[in-house]
Structure formats: C-alpha cells, structure tokens
Design a protein around this ligand. Structure first.
Ligand code: NDP
Length: 241
C-alpha cells in the first residue's frame, strides 16, 4: 500500500508543488488550506487530491483534522509542515497581533501538527516529518523579527524532535527555501525585487516551487532513513551556512 502524506498549506505555492510531486512519486496525498476555498476547489479539480480546511494555529482543529485525514486515507506516514504567513514590520512599528499571528501559524503549528501524528508514527516505527522553514530564519531579515524568530524556532524544533525519535524510525528535517516564486512574494514591490532581492541571489533568479518539492520527495523516501535533524538550504547560493 502506498504511503500517506499530508501537506499543510498544500493548495498553492510551494505546498501545492510538494503535493503534486509526492503524488507523482506514488504517495497518497492530502492537503490542508486556511480559507482560500476557490484555490482549494481548483487544486482538487486539477489533481483529485483531497483538501481539508483548518487553521494550523489551532491545536484542537489540528487534532480533529488529522483524525479526518486518517479516516479518509489511513495513518499519516509523511507530514510536511509547509503552511506559513508573513506580517512584515520593523519591530518598533509591529503590532502584537502581527507577532502573534506569525508565531502561531509558522511555529506553534509545528507542535499542533506533530503532536497528533507522532504517537502513531512511533508505534508504527516509521515517519517522515519535513518542516519548511526559511532562509530568513537562518540569517534574519529587516522587518521580520516575527517571521525570522518563528522560522529559526522551526530549526530548533526539528533538531530536538529528530533526537527524540531517531530510534523510532522517524526522521525530522527542515528545508530553508530562499526567495521562491509564489504569491507570498506579492507583498514585495517590483522595485524592491529588482534592486534589493535579485542582486543578492548568485543564481540570478527566484527559486521555483518545484525546486523545493524535489527535496521534500528526497527526504520523504523510505531509503532516506539516515538523514535526520538536518537543515537543507535551497536558495540559489544566497546564504551558505
Ligand atoms: P503561499 O502564501 O503561497 O501559501 C501559503 C499556504 O499556507 C496557503 O495554502 C495557505 O492557505 C496556507 N496557510 C496559511 N496560513 C494558514 C493557517 N493558519 N492554517 C492553514 N493553512 C494556512 O506561501 P508559499 O508557498 O510562498 O510558502 C510556503 C512555505 O514556504 C511557508 O512556510 C513560507 O514561510 C515558506 N517560505 C517561502 C518562501 C518564498 O519565497 N515563497 C521563502 C522561504 C520560505 P490558503 O491558500 O487557504 O490561504
């Protein structure tokens, strides 16, 4: 029986590319989304991948949602924590709500999603958890104390969970994409993109969602069991750590 993979925020952008790549690789895939019903319907119509709506920042909703996915597809073997948001502002202008929203969606979600799947993975002695962090969690970014803190927190979470589950057949890894061509970048003006962002990328272009997805397929594989606690940078050479 094909393994089951769940991708949060999987109807658009990087998450959609991950879901499609896992489906192509033979996984039975489910995706979640927050509220963009139109995009969710279009994604489902195109891929036949089941879509589920809940807020990854809501612990109880995640527990219920995971149960629904497992009832529909079976136990989750691969969890890709991809859902994320930005609410940029310099700290001296940042509202508490901007801080809370980003930390809740980008960091607390890892606890909310991993907690309901980890016991099952441990009992089955197999699991793959892949957390989509960010280059800006590695190097920091002006206007992103909230996002950089949450994304750096994902890296610590990844390493600690990897240690806890190394003997249980579960790997936990993080991917740090650089600037990748999705709607998340709509907030960046064309002038800033051309003058400030592109010149920093040695490869000379934005990443493509498919270029992140192929690394997820690699880390999710059954024969990737010796890769755990790692952080994979995919950023066109912009930041080397
Ligand atoms: P998009 O904005 O294109 O898509 C984000 C997805 O996450 C959407 O499907 C959205 O749902 C979902 N989502 C947002 N908030 C929630 C929530 N509270 N509960 C459930 N789902 C939610 O993002 P990208 O594809 O660009 O980014 C994907 C990941 O990659 C994020 O974690 C991001 O931080 C990270 N990343 C992106 C980079 C980039 O340059 N694009 C660079 C580095 C990291 P809905 O469709 O319903 O709105």
């Amino acid at each position: 029986m094909a393994r089951v993979a769940l991708v949060t925020g999987g109807i658009r952008g990087i998450g959609a590319a991950i879901a499609r790549a896992l489906q192509t690789a033979g996984y039975r895939v489910a995706v979640t989304f927050a509220g963009n019903t139109k995009a969710a319907d279009a994604f489902h119509a195109e891929t036949a991948i089941p879509v589920f709506q809940w807020d990854v920042g809501d612990f109880a909703a995640c527990a219920t949602g995971v149960k629904q996915v497992e009832a529909a597809l079976g136990p989750i073997d691969v969890l890709v924590n991809n859902a994320g948001i930005v609410r940029d502002s310099a700290l001296h202008k940042m509202a508490k709500e901007q801080w809370d929203m980003v930390v809740n969606t980008d960091l607390n979600a890892l606890f909310n999603m991993c907690r309901p799947v980890i016991e099952g993975m441990r009992s089955r002695r197999f699991g793959r958890i892949i957390n989509i962090s960010s280059i800006n969690g590695q190097k920091g970014q002006f206007g992103q104390t909230n996002y950089a803190a949450a994304k750096a927190g994902e890296l610590g979470f990844t390493r600690a969970l990897a240690l806890e589950n190394a003997r249980a057949g579960i790997t936990v890894n993080a991917i740090c994409p650089g600037y990748t061509h999705t709607e998340m970048l709509d907030a960046v003006s064309p002038e800033v993109m051309a003058s400030a962002i592109l010149p920093q990328i040695p490869v000379g272009r934005l990443g493509r969602p498919e270029e992140i997805a192929r690394a997820v397929v690699f880390l999710a594989a059954d024969d990737a069991g010796f890769i755990t606690g790692s952080t994979l940078s995919i950023n066109g050479g912009q930041y080397m750590s």
